[in-house]
Structure formats: C-alpha cells, structure tokens
Design a protein around this ligand. Structure first.
Ligand code: NAD
Length: 460
C-alpha cells in the first residue's frame, strides 16, 4: 500500500471530536485567562496520550503541512507586527521548522536483556508545558516547540512576546484548526488573548504546568529557572566568527554575510562579531566588498554606535531593522539591497561584547589565532551558545572548539548551518545552552521511564 493511501486510511480512523466547519476562538485554543488555557490543555493532554504513535504522526504531518502552506502569509504578518526581520528569511525559518523538527521518531526506546530478564526504557510526557516564546522567531518557535512537545505527548500553553501576539495567535489558530479538520483532538496548543510578562509568570506558577521552556533573553531564563519546576532555558548568545590564515577567504566573507544578515541578525545563532588574523584581514575586507554590504568608515562607525548603544544598552528601536534603514539613521543613502553593515573596529568596542540583533557586524583584527580564540571566548560571555570558524587547520578548529565550549560550533559555513539549514541534522529554535539540553527536540520534552520484566522474555 502506498504511503498516501495508508495515511488517509489512518486519518479516517481518528476519532472526530469536532465536526463544525468553523470554530470559535476558545475552540481554537485562544483563552481569556491562563487558568482557562491550562485547564483546556490539561484535558487535551489526556486525549492526546491515548492516541497511538501513528495518529500522533498524522497530527504532526498536519502541522507541518498547514505551516508550510501558510508560510508566506505568517512571515509577512510577523514582520508587519513586530517591525523586525526580513519576510523572505522568516519564510525560510518557518519552512525549516515545519520540515526539519523531529517528530515521534526522536523518542527511541532502549532495551537491555540478560540473565534477569528484560528492562525497557521509554520516554513519556511531562503533561502540560509552558512555552515562553521570543519576538525574534515567534512563528518558527511555536511550530518547532509545538511539534516536539506534541510528539512527546505533551500539550502546550504558549506565552508569546507582547510584540508578536497577533501572528502567534494566528499560528496557533491555524494549527489547531488543521488538527481539528484532520480529526485530531482540540486544544493541543493553547494561549491567552493578551499575553504579558505577568501571564508568563502565572504560567510558571500554575500547579498544572509540569515543565517550562523559556526561549529568550537572560531575564526570562532566570525567571524560569527560579520557578521551582523543571525548566529548560534557551538564552542569549553572542556568536563570534573566527577567520584564520588558512581559510578560503572569499567563501568565509560570503558565508559570514549570509549568516550575519539572515533575518537581519535576529537569530541567536547569527554571527555577532568577526575576529580575523592580521595576515588575511585585508583580504577579508576586500572580499566583503564583493558582497551586499556597506563598509562603515571610522566617523560613520562612531555616529552609528551612538545610535545603536544608548546608556550602555542596545537601542531596541533598531533591533531587527534592515541595514538600509539603519544607514539612513546616520544620513547615509543606502545602495540598493544592502544586507549588512561591516564595522572595522577594535576589541574593546561595545558591539563586540553585546548581542546587537541587527545587521551591523563589528570586525576586529588580531595578531594570530591564539589571540583570536582568547578574544572569541571573552565575546561569547560564557553563554556557551554558538561559535563559528573559517579555517582549514584542524588543530586550530579543535583548539577553538575546546576553549569556547559552545552548544553549536559551525566550521566553514554560515551560522545557520548549525540548525540544519544548509548543514546536516535536524532543526531547533530552542537551543538550551544554560540548562544543557542543547538542540531541543521531542526527547528533551519527555521523562525517562523504566519497565522491568524479571526473569522473563530473554529469547536466547
Ligand atoms: P525577551 O527575553 O525579551 O522575551 C522572550 C519572552 O520572555 C517573551 O515572551 C517575554 O514576554 C518573556 N519574558 C521576558 N522576561 C520575562 C520574565 N521575567 N518573566 C516571564 N516572562 C518573561 O527576548 P526577545 O527579545 O523576545 O528575544 C531575543 C532574545 O532571545 C535574544 O537574547 C536571543 O539571543 C534569545 N533567543 C535565544 C534562543 C535560543 O534558542 N537560545 C532563541 C531565540 C531567541
């Protein structure tokens, strides 16, 4: 039997809970209060838990399909509402999350047989998970966490960032509507109509929330970890890209521009500073000239820094804006299609050490690779998030990887290769550096459970 026939046969066997053509807000998972959202998700989790793996996989393929089909619309809505990022890159992120987030196949059981029988280890759900999502990747994080959490038989209550409420609610409604039309249970993903930091904190304290997954800056990670519950913290990064004298310099420049300009530098994994050894520094700057970048002179760099950093902190008004828009702030008319502003500077410049989340990339020249690695470790601030290197010297790559201890270490490619875009492996939009789960997936959102049959079921 071909795959499609099999799927439609299984689909027809899922119990239809909803038969109406159009559903109201609460049926689509949108509630007035945290309590109502958690209560609905709790009931839904009981129903989800009864479904077998094949049915869960159908629900997951339904989520993948509806998100891919609506990627353009959601991406445009996201840019319009948040005022951040690039539509075409948001489309790529949504499609990546929908296609490459692992499903139930991630939950591989483990068995041990011996003289005393058989022990089986399986992964079970936590129950209802609170997912606190960022403004930088609102849609892709909901899709990514949603698939992983549902694959693990959990239901989800999302607390979106207040600047991405409309698009987050739209994503949740689309997903729940598609699941309902495929005959799946309602309320697998819920949220509140007016999410705020307070509703996020109510979720963290709610007795029926069994796990908190916080994707955002240091404040939300700290709050989640202080909740007294099982919490996964996916926090800030400041990924340094080191370029040594053995690198393919033209390719390094190209890859750095691709990674650092992707969605206007909003991804936590995007290159935030370049550190290049003196011997190839000039060649790298010349290679940048072949890309869609604008290289700031000293005076422009000084003025733009005053616009970007105010009282020691990043000016949020410029976060995720287009490079051309930022250039206009200093009265420079942008060339068409400029994606990234390159700022040659020294190692003490604040942008070298602070996560900017905008397409302005400081480039620091150092004498050799050891100095580059030392500086990269300082810039990374102990986040243990992401680092990038352009090199053909295996010893240098090993030295850097050991020194920086990041969750993701990308060699000779744009940073986004680290989340499976143009690189091998699955994707995630919740990279848990602080709590150590790394690239989260269904397995991360489940509990280990062991079942032991004593003195039986050994067949040899
Ligand atoms: P943010 O920390 O301002 O907000 C993230 C979410 O947390 C929002 O929903 C917000 O309402 C909520 N929040 C903030 N403080 C809270 C508190 N004290 N209690 C409860 N909820 C709280 O971050 P942002 O601007 O939305 O996103 C950008 C940041 O997130 C960057 O630092 C980026 O590196 C990081 N990020 C990390 C990952 C990762 O996987 N590690 C992924 C995306 C973004």
């Amino acid at each position: 039997m071909i795959q499609e026939e099999l799927i439609s046969l299984i689909k027809s066997k899922i119990i239809h809970e909803l038969s109406k053509d159009s559903l109201d807000e609460s049926e689509l998972g949108i509630f007035d209060t945290v309590d109502e959202a958690v209560c609905a998700a709790k009931e839904a989790q009981k129903r989800l838990n009864l479904l077998d793996l094949e049915k869960k996989e159908i629900i997951i393929s339904t989520i993948r399909e509806v998100c891919i089909n609506n990627a353009n619309r959601l991406a445009a809505l996201c840019v319009e509402e948040s005022g951040m990022g690039r539509v075409e890159d948001k489309i790529a992120k949504i499609i990546l999350a929908a296609k490459k987030t692992p499903g139930t196949e991630d939950l591989t059981p483990w068995a041990k047989s011996g003289d005393h029988g058989l022990t089986l280890v399986e992964r079970g759900p936590f129950g209802v998970i609170a997912s606190i999502t960022p403004v930088t990747n609102p849609v892709s994080t909901i899709i990514n966490n949603g698939i992983g959490m549902i694959a693990g038989a959990n239901t989800v209550v999302v607390n979106p960032h207040p600047r991405a409420v409309k698009v987050s609610i739209e994503t949740i409604k689309l997903i729940n509507d598609a699941i309902a039309k495929a005959g799946g249970p309602r309320h697998l993903i819920c949220t509140v109509k007016k999410p705020t930091i307070e509703t996020g904190q109510q979720m963290m304290q709610h007795p029926d929330i069994r796990m908190i997954v916080a994707t955002g800056g240091p404040g939300v990670v700290k709050a989640a970890l202080s909740s007294g519950k099982k919490a996964i913290g996916a926090g800030a990064g400041n990924p340094p890209a080191v370029v040594d004298e053995t690198a393919d310099i033209a390719k390094a420049a190209h890859d750095i521009v691709l990674g650092a300009s992707f969605d206007n530098n909003l991804p936590c994994i995007a290159e935030k500073v370049v550190i290049v050894v003196e011997k190839v520094a000039r060649k790298l700057m010349d290679s940048f000239k072949n890309e869609n970048v604008y290289i700031l002179n000293d005076e422009e760099a000084r003025v733009i820094t005053e616009k970007i950093i105010i009282d020691g902190a990043i000016n949020k008004e410029l976060v995720g804006k287009d490079a051309g828009y930022i250039l206009k702030q200093i009265k420079v008319e942008p060339i068409s299609d400029v994606r990234l502003l390159i700022m040659p500077t020294d190692k003490n410049h604040p942008l070298v050490h602070i996560e900017q989340l905008m397409p302005v990339l400081p480039v620091v020249t150092v004498s050799d690779v050891d100095e580059a690695i030392d500086l990269a470790v300082k810039c990374e601030q102990g986040n243990r998030h992401t680092a990038v290197m352009h090199s053909k010297n295996v010893d240098n790559m090993t030295k850097y990887a050991r020194a920086i201890e990041t969750t993701i270490f990308v060699k000779n490619g744009p940073s986004y290769a680290g989340i499976g875009m143009g690189g091998e492996g699955c994707t995630t939009f919740t990279i848990a550096g602080p709590t150590g789960e790394g690239l989260t997936s269904a397995k991360t959102f489940t509990r280990q459970r062991r079942c032991i049959l004593v003195d039986g079921f050994r067949i040899v």
